[in-house]
Design a protein around this ligand. Structure first.
Ligand code: NHR
Ligand code: GAR
Length: 222
């Protein structure tokens, strides 16, 4: 039996859901003190919804195309999420830009995984852009979501080398493997109360973080 209370987590996806799977697996094994209360996709029929069903988690669709505009979609999304009373909401390959109304509603309890070493390469097509820029290192970041796209305070990053002959797919695969360690660990810290947002700053173990943590160092010091 664990001493840590489980938090309620809602995961938002748009596709494959491999990061969701990593979270579901660690929740099932007891490594991660979360109850995945619901999984919501803005795209109908994606594989991530099937993963949720397999894990016995409510798999919900909210197709943004059925709404006249972003605010109308987001109002419905907020209502659907809040029905599940989450302590934390995690974007995991969620591909819709969110307005400030949404990000403010969940301020301090909304995380995203972004496939670059933030603050480098905000936005889309990060692997392609990292290769084109001649980067020798690339990776993924976990950040608190604010209105500024991929600009919220960063908690932790994981890095991988860019290898000679990499194309966006080979590089994405190398990054994704790290993502599957990175996201569950950041969520676990949040659940344990070790990480929180205060204003514009991330606090970790009772101290403001001067720099985002590195996954590799975090795993060593566990
Ligand atoms: N919203 C806010 N306000 N702040 C962030 O940090 C956000 C966000 C919404 C999503 C994830 C994100 C990423 O990690 C994310 C972070 C989608 C787009 C995008 O341009 C950009 C960034 C991210 C997700 N989406 C297009 C849109 O018009 C649609 C693209 C598509 O459907 O394929 O919403 O990179
Ligand atoms: C992941 O690489 C994630 O970092 C990225 O999409 C992939 C989702 O994979 N997120 C974004 O690009 C957000 N714009 P998954 O569905 O298998 O978890």
């Amino acid at each position: 039996m664990s001493a840590v209370r489980k938090i309620r987590l809602v995961v938002l996806i748009s596709g494959r859901g491999s990061n969701l799977q990593a979270i579901l697996d660690q929740a099932a094994s007891g490594e991660l003190p979360v109850e995945v209360a619901a999984v919501i996709s803005n795209r109908p029929g994606v594989h991530g919804l099937e993963r949720a069903r397999q894990a016995g988690v409510p798999a919900l669709e909210l197709d943004h195309k059925h709404f006249a505009n972003r605010p109308a979609f987001e109002a419905a999304l907020i209502e659907l999420i809040d029905r599940h009373r989450p302590d934390l909401v995690a974007l995991a390959g969620f591909m819709r830009v969110l307005t400030a109304d949404f990000t403010e509603h969940y301020r301090g309890r909304l995380l995203n995984i972004h496939p670059s070493l933030l603050p480098k390469f905000r936005g889309l097509h990060t692997h392609e852009r990292a290769i084109a820029a001649g980067e020798t290192e690339h990776g993924a970041s976990i950040h608190f979501v604010t209105a500024e796209l991929d600009g919220g305070p960063v908690i932790m990053r994981a890095r991988v080398p860019v290898l000679l002959g990499d194309d966006p797919d080979t590089l994405a695969a190398r990054v994704l493997e790290r993502e599957h360690r990175l996201y569950p660990l950041a969520i676990r810290w949040f659940a344990e109360g070790r990480v929180r947002l205060d204003g514009e700053r991330v606090w970790f173990d009772g101290k403001p973080l001067a720099e985002p943590l590195w996954l590799e160092e975090a795993l060593l010091s566990r």
